[in-house]
Write a protein that binds this ligand. Structure first.
Ligand code: G4P
Length: 529
C-alpha cells in the first residue's frame, strides 16, 4: 500500500463523442480549469477537420500532432487528472475502442440538436461491455435543440443506460437562461461567451423562493419548479455506487463553447469518478496498490518521419510504481526491457519522467518490441485481458509489386499491424496476405507507409468479404470439417487463430445455422482470462 496516496489522487478518463458534438471544445475548457493551457484555441490542432476526410496525409499529419495531446494531464482541486484523447474520425474507431480499455471512466458528449448519433452508439456498446462509469454532458444548449425530456429519453433508450439528471436546463437556444444544479441547489445563469461569475450563481435552497421568479421570470420559474419536482420524484439522489458500476449515468446540460455547465460537471467528476481500479489479467485480479509494477500497451503510434522508424508505445500503469532505467519483464517476449527516456504527456510538451503511478500513461520509445496488448511486469507472468481486436469490415489482398522487396514487405506488414492500424490475415494453408480494416482510409495509410518506410510497393485488391469472425469449437473434428468445407474462406490471424471470412450476412447466418457446433466470435480479445 506504499503508493496509496498517489493512486487516490489520480483520475484517468476519456471524452467521447460523435464528431462535432463538442469534444475538443470541452477538452479545452477542462484544461483551462486545470491551468494546463492559458488560452482558448490551444487544443484545436488536435482535431481532424471534416474537410480532411479524403486526404489521409493531412489526417496523418494531424494525428502526428495529436500524439502530443494523446494524454493531457492537469491538476484540479488536488487531483491529478489524466485525460486520454480519442480520435473522432470513424476510420480510427479501433483506436478509440482500445483507448477505452486504458481509462477508469468516460465523459460522453451529446449534441442537444442532433441527439444520439451512430458513432456514439457503437462506443457505448464497448463502454457497457466493460461497465465503465459514464457521465453525460449534453452540449450546445445555446442552440435550438430537442426538448430536454425527449433528449433524456432518447439517450436512455439508444444507449441502454439509466440517466440521472444533475442539472435542469431552463429553455434552450436563444431563450436558454441557464441551469439549476440539483445537487448544489444553485441556479447558474447563462450569459453567452462569458464565464459564469459569482453573481450568476444564485443559491436557492427552496425553489418556492420568489428570487427564482425575479431572476428568470414567472413562466420559466414555474416550469423549472415542475421539472425539478418531476426529476426529484423519478430519480431522487444519485446513488454513486450505481454510477461506479456503470448502471447509472449522471447528466449535465451546458454549452462548452460558452464554458457553461462545464465546472458543475468537473466538480462532480472530481467528487464521484473512480480512481484507478483493480484489473483482470490472465491469471488473477491485480490491484493498483500492489507493490510491484505492472501495465499494458494499449496504443502504438508511429513516427511519421520516415527517417526515424521508431514508435511510441502508450503504456497504462496498472499497479505499483513505474521507474525510469529499471529492468522490467516483457511477458510476451520473455525478456527484460529498460526505458531510459519514458515520458509523460502534458498539453503542450513531452517531459521525461522518473516515475509513474497507476492511472498514468507513459510514452515508451519502441523500435519494434511492442504490440498492442503487451504486458510489462516486475517478473510475474500474466497478461491484462479485455483489450479487444475488432472484426474488420473491409478486406484487401496485398499483392507484392516488387519481388526484390519481399522481406521488407513482410516486416512492414507485421509492424504496421502490430500498431493496430489494421489486421493481417494469412490464407489458411496458403500464403495469400489479407489486410482487414474498419475504414477505407487505413488502406491508403498502409500503402503509403509501406512504400515510404519500408520501400515496398504493393497493389491492394478488394476481396468480396464482409466480416471476419473468429471460429472455435469444443469438437476438433467438427472444426476440421468446417475448415475443409469452407477452405476458400478460412484464414489465420497473426496469432494463428482461425478466422472465417464471410461474403455476406446471409452466408454468415447460414453457416451459423448449419454449424451449431462452431462458435463465431466478432471480437477477439487479444488475451483471454
Ligand atoms: P468535436 O471535437 O466533437 O468534433 O467538436 P468541436 O469541439 O470541434 O466542436 C464542433 C463545433 O461545435 C465547433 O464549431 C464548436 O465551436 C462548436 N461548439 C462546441 N460547443 C458548442 C456549444 O456549446 N454551442 C455551440 N453553438 N457551438 C458549440 P466549428 O464552427 O466547427 O469550429 P470553430 O470554427 O468554432 O473552431
Amino acid at each position: 500500500m506504499k503508493y496509496i496516496s498517489e493512486i487516490n489522487r489520480r483520475k484517468t478518463f476519456a471524452i467521447i463523442s460523435h464528431p462535432d458534438a463538442g469534444k475538443t471544445t470541452l477538452t479545452e475548457k477542462l484544461l483551462l480549469f486545470g491551468g494546463a493551457i492559458q488560452t482558448a484555441g490551444a487544443v484545436k490542432s488536435n482535431k481532424i477537420k471534416k474537410h480532411a476526410t479524403s486526404d489521409f496525409m493531412e489526417i496523418e499529419r494531424q494525428r502526428g500532432i495529436s500524439v502530443a495531446t494523446s494524454v493531457m494531464t492537469f491538476e484540479y482541486q488536488g487531483f491529478l487528472i489524466n485525460l486520454l484523447d480519442t480520435p473522432g474520425h470513424k476510420d480510427f474507431a479501433e483506436d478509440t475502442f482500445r483507448t477505452l480499455t486504458a481509462v477508469d471512466s468516460v465523459v460522453l458528449v451529446v449534441d442537444s440538436v442532433n441527439g444520439v448519433e451512430e458513432q456514439t452508439r457503437r462506443l457505448m456498446e464497448v463502454i457497457s461491455m466493460r461497465k465503465t462509469p459514464v457521465i453525460v454532458f449534453i452540449n450546445k444548449m445555446d442552440r435550438d435543440g430537442k426538448n430536454r425530456f425527449d433528449l433524456l429519453e432518447e439517450i436512455e433508450k439508444e444507449l441502454k443506460i439509466q440517466l440521472h439528471p444533475m442539472t435542469v436546463p431552463i429553455n434552450s437556444g436563444r431563450d436558454f437562461k441557464g441551469v439549476y444544479d440539483i445537487h448544489e441547489k444553485e441556479l447558474v445563469l447563462f450569459t453567452a461567451g462569458t464565464k459564469a461569475t459569482e453573481e450568476d450563481m444564485v443559491r436557492i435552497n427552496d425553489l418556492s423562493d420568489p428570487v427564482l421568479d425575479a431572476r428568470i421570470g414567472n413562466k420559466d420559474a414555474a416550469i423549472l419548479r415542475e421539472d425539478v419536482e418531476l426529476i426529484d420524484g423519478v430519480y431522487g439522489e444519485l446513488n454513486v455506487d450505481d454510477y461506479l458500476s456503470g448502471h447509472t449515468a449522471p447528466v449535465f446540460f451546458g454549452s462548452a463553447v460558452n464554458n457553461f455547465g462545464v465546472k458543475e460537471m468537473l466538480d462532480t467528476f472530481i467528487r464521484i469518478a473512480p480512481t484507478p481500479r483493480p484489473r483482470a489479467t490472465s491469471t488473477r485480479e491485480v490491484k493498483p496498490e500492489e507493490d510491484k509494477f505492472s501495465g499494458f500497451v494499449f496504443k502504438i503510434h508511429a513516427n511519421l518521419d520516415p527517417k526515424h522508424r521508431d514508435r511510441i508505445a502508450f503504456l497504462r500503469v496498472c499497479s505499483g510504481r513505474f521507474s525510469r532505467n529499471t529492468y522490467y519483464h516483457h511477458v510476451r517476449l520473455d525478456k527484460d526491457v529498460r526505458f531510459s527516456n519514458p515520458y509523460s504527456f502534458m498539453a503542450r510538451q513531452k517531459d521525461v519522467i522518473e516515475e509513474a503511478y497507476p492511472g498514468d500513461v507513459v510514452g515508451l520509445f519502441d523500435t519494434g518490441n511492442f504490440k498492442i496488448g503487451d504486458t510489462i511486469t516486475e517478473g510475474e507472468d500474466f497478461y491484462y485481458t479485455g483489450i479487444p481486436s475488432f472484426s474488420p469490415e473491409i478486406f484487401k489482398e496485398v499483392i507484392n509489386k516488387d519481388p526484390m522487396k519481399t522481406k521488407q514487405l513482410e516486416k512492414g506488414l507485421m509492424q504496421l499491424t502490430d500498431e493496430g492500424v489494421a489486421q493481417l490475415f494469412t490464407q489458411h494453408g496458403g500464403n495469400k496476405k489479407i489486410i482487414g480494416c474498419v475504414g477505407d482510409l487505413q488502406f491508403e495509410v498502409i500503402q503509403y507507409r509501406l512504400l515510404q518506410e519500408y520501400g515496398a510497393s504493393v497493389q491492394m485488391n478488394t476481396l468480396p468479404f464482409y466480416k471476419a469472425c473468429w471460429i472455435s469449437s469444443d469438437d476438433p473434428k467438427k472444426l476440421q470439417e468446417f475448415i475443409k468445407y469452407k477452405l476458400a474462406n478460412i484464414a489465420e490471424d497473426k496469432d494463428g487463430h482461425l478466422v472465417y471470412l464471410a461474403q455476406s450476412e446471409w452466408f454468415l447466418n447460414t453457416e451459423r445455422t448449419n454449424n451449431p457446433g462452431i462458435e463465431f466470435h466478432f471480437t477477439s480479445e487479444i488475451h483471454k482470462s
